[in-house]
Design a protein around this ligand. Structure first.
Ligand SMILES: *Cc1c(COP(=O)(O)O)cnc(C)c1O
Length: 356
């Protein structure tokens, strides 16, 4: 017996109208130079010979938590480990936002997953556009605070590369005190550690910080991220997280990435990327098809071209895959370029030079 079955018609109303997040991998392309996902360009080596896969893993693996706390300069009670910073974004909404009642706030142009996660759970989104210099619109944030439970602030911001200054963050923390959590997304903080606000956790119980092993730790394929917050916030998140968020192999590798050697290696990577970023930025500024190379504290740069679509297509056709940001507010003709190896940098420069 066959029945007609239309899965889409059974989905929740807000899911029916959703368009899925177009991750770099989903966008496809036949590239050999992948500069569209802010990954580290080469693969690190890790030891793995765990035999006890018949057993469930630790829910919050102690060694990973301890190593991360030591690395971040905070206490283990302030650390939650999960399946990437993307899972943290979602856990916070699941734990703190009532669909149809509460709202999340974020400041475009910025990272796309705040919106996707809010949409998935049917939670209202307040989009407070950043000012033309990409600083926060503080008065507008203040005016829109009612029913806001979470304020996501990405610093350094993806895709613009700028830091949100301390004074603005402090203002938001103060105005949100007692009513909303301020979630500072520090996915790229290893590239500019002096700007981290991790040391503020003691003083601001409504501060939450997102971290990841996907960028400077070169482990995007591992799916491992961290939420740093007061023990009270972490306790709430532990109510909604899956019972075994990390598989045993992930925990084993994450613990290695975060031991003293791992952190030293990460810092060397950051130095190399910084050098390549300066070289790429300087070379691009010389080219006539380039309008602006924005300053960046990260492992990517945002570039405004005279004709962004033309550059994107020309490089795509040569297997150099960049990320088109032109649909974001204020980012017409802008492409985001991940800093790759020196050789990949040269490929990018030569390909763009050929268009001048
Ligand atoms: C890459 C990225 C993330 C996601 O990190 P994962 O740990 O890979 O899920 C979160 N926030 C920003 C701003 C990012 O660029």
């Amino acid at each position: 017996m066959s029945q007609t079955f239309n899965a889409a018609s059974l989905a929740r109303e807000n899911v029916k109208i959703m368009t899925p997040y177009m991750s770099a991998r989903r966008l496809g392309g036949n590239g050999d130079v992948w500069l569209n996902a802010n990954e580290y360009p080469t693969a690190p080596d890790y030891q793995f010979n765990e035999r006890n896969l018949n057993r469930y893993p630790e829910a919050q693996p102690a060694e990973v938590i301890q190593n991360y706390a030591a690395y971040a300069g905070i206490s283990p009670e302030q650390v939650l480990v999960c399946r990437g910073a993307d899972e943290s974004i979602e856990l916070l909404i699941r734990a703190f936002c009532e669909p149809g009642k509460d709202a999340v706030m974020f400041c475009p142009p910025t990272y796309g997953m705040y919106s996707v996660s809010a949409e998935t759970f049917g939670v209202e989104q307040k989009k407070i556009l950043s000012l033309p210099d990409w600083s926060l619109n503080i008065p507008s944030i203040r005016e829109n605070l009612s029913n806001t439970k979470l304020i996501y602030i990405c610093s350094p911001n993806n895709p613009t590369g700028n830091i949100i200054d301390n004074k603005a963050l402090l203002e938001v923390l103060d105005m949100a005190a007692g009513r909303a959590l301020v979630v500072v997304d520090e996915a790229y903080i290893e590239f500019c550690p002096e700007f981290s606000v991790a040391s503020w956790l003691e003083k601001y119980p409504n501060l939450v910080i997102l971290r990841t092993l996907s960028k400077a730790f070169a482990l995007a394929g591992l799916r491992c991220g961290f939420t740093l917050a007061s023990p009270e916030v972490i306790e709430v998140l532990l109510k909604v997280i899956a019972p075994y968020p990390l598989s045993t192999p992930v925990a084993v590798i994450a613990a290695q990435a975060l031991n003293n050697d791992g952190v030293t290696t990460m810092k060397k990577r950051v130095e190399g990327i910084r050098k390549n970023r300066i070289a790429l930025s300087e070379a691009l500024r010389e080219l006539s098809v380039v309008e602006t190379v924005y300053p960046s504290e990260t492992n990517y740069i945002l570039v405004r071209f005279k004709d962004g679509a033309r550059v994107f297509k020309a490089l795509w056709d040569q297997g150099i895959i960049l990320r088109d940001q032109s649909k974001q507010p204020g980012l017409v003709d802008c492409l985001r370029i991940t800093i790759g190896t020196e050789i990949e940098n040269v490929r990018v420069i030569e390909a763009i030079k050929a268009l001048c």
